[in-house]
Design a protein around this ligand. Structure first.
Ligand SMILES: [Zn+2]
Length: 404
């Protein structure tokens, strides 16, 4: 989306930022002390990320067979200390997402109840949902990830022989199922996660994200992730080489992880600390010049808005059009080195040494014209062509000839 091939391009990021990095962290096996240790550190270095939570304790199993019972897979908002801490993170600018309503199968009634509890705590419904592994309420999950019936059959029956969870009957999108809740998801939640890659640049893997798939109408927008599911995978993903690649490619990374999976060490005196290597790499990212560090939904909102901003090259001028019904702030263009543009008042706009032109805010449905030369009075000031020249000359001659 943003390359140096000599032309002008729209940057997806605001105010001359070069790349984006964020994390979504699932609550599996989380404990309040570990959560406080990890997020205290992230807050300190200025990485505002997305925390996925469970609203309710488990009252059923996870996956098949679905039996009633109590299971503990990690902290939930039912715990007051955890709830208050998560609320404080939200107030500091972190995003709170849903990891389905609980860590186990949720019946429709439980999901409705969980959504309302979420709203009563945070004042709004979750903007993002990340499905938890084997919850039978997951939407378009298991074999249903595939659209073709043949692929679904293969996944369920052949892959299911090796991995039993592939054969589970997930039913979140099926109105006949007792786990059905896709209507609630559509009404109240904007983003749902699906595909993943080992590439740190999630946007390179899925350039159209966030995208709507008409065959899955209940999902407003899908997005993808870069895989850092445990500490080993996370460290591999944010190696020096990959950080350098993300910055060079001006990419966007939405890392999927579980910070409870090995990131926090407990010392002899019962204190907790973030793993030194994790700290070192995350500080390296946070210190990168021009990184954009916002929660996943903020990044996805921006990527979606940028899809509705067009750059039209009229030869003599560039027109940047915002077709969104809302303002887009900090509009930035990538520009070839040495390029010069002029605004409406013939004022020179310089390309900065990072090859960018900062346009600023484009209001709702507003366009901005940037001229390539100071004397362009009109972007369509085209001179007569060969045929038009002859026609003008002959007609004028006839008028002269017949006059009097
Ligand atoms: Zn999970």
């Amino acid at each position: 989306m943003f390359s140096n091939d000599g032309g002008f391009k729209i940057s997806p990021y605001p105010d001359g930022k070069h790349f984006a990095f964020t994390v979504t962290d699932d609550p599996d096996h989380s404990k309040i002390q570990k959560v406080k240790t990890m997020y205290g550190f992230l807050d300190e270095i200025g990485l505002k990320t997305t925390v996925a939570v469970w609203v309710k304790e488990c009252s059923r199993a996870n996956g098949e067979p679905d039996t009633e019972g109590r299971f503990d897979y990690g902290a939930t908002l039912q715990n007051e200390e955890y709830r208050n801490y998560i609320l404080s993170l939200r107030n500091k600018g972190f995003e709170i997402a849903l990891h389905t309503v609980s860590g186990c199968n949720d019946l429709r009634k439980g999901t409705i109840d969980g959504y309302e509890q979420f709203r009563s705590i945070f004042g709004e419904y979750p903007k993002m949902n990340i499905m938890h592994s084997m919850n039978l309420d997951n939407v378009y999950w298991g074999a249903k990830v595939f659209k073709s019936k043949a692929a679904q059959w293969f996944f369920k029956n052949v892959v299911g022989m090796v991995y039993p969870k592939a054969s589970f009957s997930f039913g979140g999108e099926d109105p006949q199922s007792r786990y059905y809740w896709a209507d609630i998801l559509k009404e109240k939640t904007k983003y749902v996660r699906l595909w993943g890659t080992s590439d740190i640049n999630t946007l390179k893997f899925n350039p159209s994200m966030p995208y709507h798939d008409p065959d899955r109408p209940e999902i407003n927008y899908w997005f993808s992730f870069s895989d850092g599911h445990n500490m080993e995978a996370f460290l591999q993903l944010i190696s020096d080489k990959n950080i350098e690649k993300l910055v060079r490619e001006r990419g966007a990374s939405i890392v999927y992880t579980h910070f409870a999976a090995g990131f926090i060490k407990r010392a002899g005196d019962n204190s907790y600390a973030v793993d030194e290597q994790v700290k070192k790499q995350l500080i390296k990212i946070a210190q990168q010049k021009d990184g954009w560090f916002v929660p996943a939904s903020t990044l996805l909102d921006r990527l979606q808005a940028i899809k509705n901003v067009s750059l039209i090259d009229k030869g003599r001028a560039l027109i940047v059009v915002n077709s969104n019904p809302f303002p887009v702030e900090g509009m930035t263009l990538a520009a070839p080195q040495g390029a010069v543009l002029y605004d409406n008042e013939h004022k020179k706009i310089t390309v900065n040494d990072e090859g960018e032109i900062l346009i600023g805010t484009l209001k709702a449905n507003e366009s901005s014209t940037l001229y390539k030369s100071a004397d362009s009075y009109s972007i369509n000031n085209i001179s007569p062509g060969y045929l038009e020249q002859w026609k003008l000359l002959i007609s004028r001659a006839l008028v002269w000839f017949y006059a009097n």
